[in-house]
Design a protein around this ligand. Structure first.
Ligand SMILES: Cc1ncc(C[n+]2csc(CCOP(=O)(O)OP(=O)(O)O)c2C)c(N)n1
Length: 377
């Protein structure tokens, strides 16, 4: 296995010491090492992976040095535009080192949302003209791969990708975890919401552990799963999925259960919701100030006012609470005010170790969900 510190030092010794990206569960040890050892002005956790490519481009324009852009392969889609229309050799030709976690690698078992991207990851890089190689998990071979990458980046003045297999990096535990001052857990917040929603309400929940917790809360309450759409992939898109349903079923209450990292990833969607006038739309952002599902690296969401952003985007009302008592005290207003409305719930970071996963396939869950919409339409 590759030692995180040794790999970081190889990059540093070659003058590569600027990082931008979105954390990944498969890269979590290396991302954690970078978070702990790099000052914030040289490690920017960006809203999405495309922003990271743009930020590294700006860093190069400002310094003449290439940066590292780290991401899960699910984020490659977010980078295709800036990689092909900004960094590409036929446009500005901007070198940068992409470090891409390879979820769903063929031959390895992974969740359904990673299977197709796992198969096409290297093909996507080929198609957009980014040379790549798999990062070896042995120290000297990894250093040699970095040399090849830097040589190609300099020669072509363009990006190069190191594709990282599962368990390439040896374990490293994040020391600078986001310290949330809040006590309520995300699961408790989700349970408090589900308990209070009307029985015909539909939920669209966000990527990662929040959706797994929605699933678990239904199990605990002995309720069916057919009113929940669990957005297992497509991080940042739950709010627009919910809007698409809300606009077609204006009499049906619909709630998007979002995460702070996910809201930040495609924040422009708040404006689309705000101006939609969807009176049946309720947006709940469970904010733990972190990318908890992939290792707990910080987001900037404790430093911004999500409720005010929503109001500025045209939401009819917005609240922010940080305990179950506060949630209970605003709930009557939140549920009675015509939407779109937003409730931010600030929570602690972390989840149960024994958190389950949906047993049914996404396709089966979709059929059940569509059935529930039809039955209640
Ligand atoms: C485009 C994309 N980039 C990265 C990921 C990996 N990923 C899955 S969940 C997650 C963190 C989500 O953070 P947040 O919305 O704040 O929810 P939390 O896990 O903290 O509750 C990330 C980065 C992904 N699935 N898709």
């Amino acid at each position: 296995m590759l030692d995180c510190q040794a790999f970081y030092e190889v990059l540093q010794s070659r003058g590569v010491d600027f990082y931008a990206g979105v954390p990944d569960s498969l890269l979590k040890d290396f991302c954690a090492y970078v978070t702990d050892h790099t000052p914030p002005e040289r490690n920017v956790i960006t809203a999405n992976e495309g922003s990271a490519v743009a930020l590294a481009s700006g860093y190069y324009l400002g310094t003449g040095k290439p940066g590292v852009v780290y991401m899960q392969n699910s984020g490659l889609g977010n980078t295709v535009n800036p990689l092909t229309s900004l960094a590409d050799v036929k446009v500005y030709g901007i070198p940068m080192l992409l470090v891409v976690g390879w979820r769903g690698e063929p031959g390895k078992k992974d969740e359904p949302q990673h299977v197709t991207m796992g198969v096409v990851t290297t093909g996507v890089l080929d198609a957009i003209g980014v040379p790549w190689e798999v990062l070896p998990d042995e120290q000297d071979a990894a250093a040699a791969a970095v040399e090849r990458a830097l040589a190609a980046m300099t020669e072509r003045s363009a990006p190069y990708a190191l594709v990282v297999r599962d368990k390439t990096f040896s374990p490293y535990k994040l020391k600078n975890k986001t310290k949330s001052p809040y006590e309520m857990t995300r699961e408790a917040a989700i349970r408090a919401v589900i308990e209070r929603l009307p029985s015909d309400a539909l939920i669209v929940s966000t990527t990662g552990k929040p959706s797994r917790e929605v699933f678990e809360v239904r199990v605990q309450r002995g309720e069916p799963h057919d009113r929940d759409f669990l957005t297992v992939g497509s991080m940042g898109h739950s709010s627009q999925i919910a809007l698409g349903i809300a606009m077609q079923h204006p009499m049906r209450p619909i709630t998007c259960l979002d995460g702070d990292g996910a809201v930040l990833m495609h924040m422009g969607g708040l404006a689309t919701i705000g101006v939609s006038g969807a009176t049946n739309y309720r947006h709940i952002v469970v904010n733990n100030g972190a990318h908890d599902s992939v290792g707990g690296q910080p987001t900037c969401a404790f430093g911004i006012d999500i409720a005010k952003v929503a109001l500025a985007c045209g939401y009819k009302a917005a609240w922010s609470v940080s305990s179950e008592e506060e949630l209970a005290s605003v709930w009557a207003d939140f549920s009675a005010t015509p939407g779109p409305v937003l409730l931010e719930v600030r929570v602690a970071i972390g989840a149960r170790d024994d958190l389950g996963r949906p047993k049914q396939s996404p396709a089966d869950l979709k059929v059940a969900f569509m059935g529930a919409i039809k039955a209640g339409a």
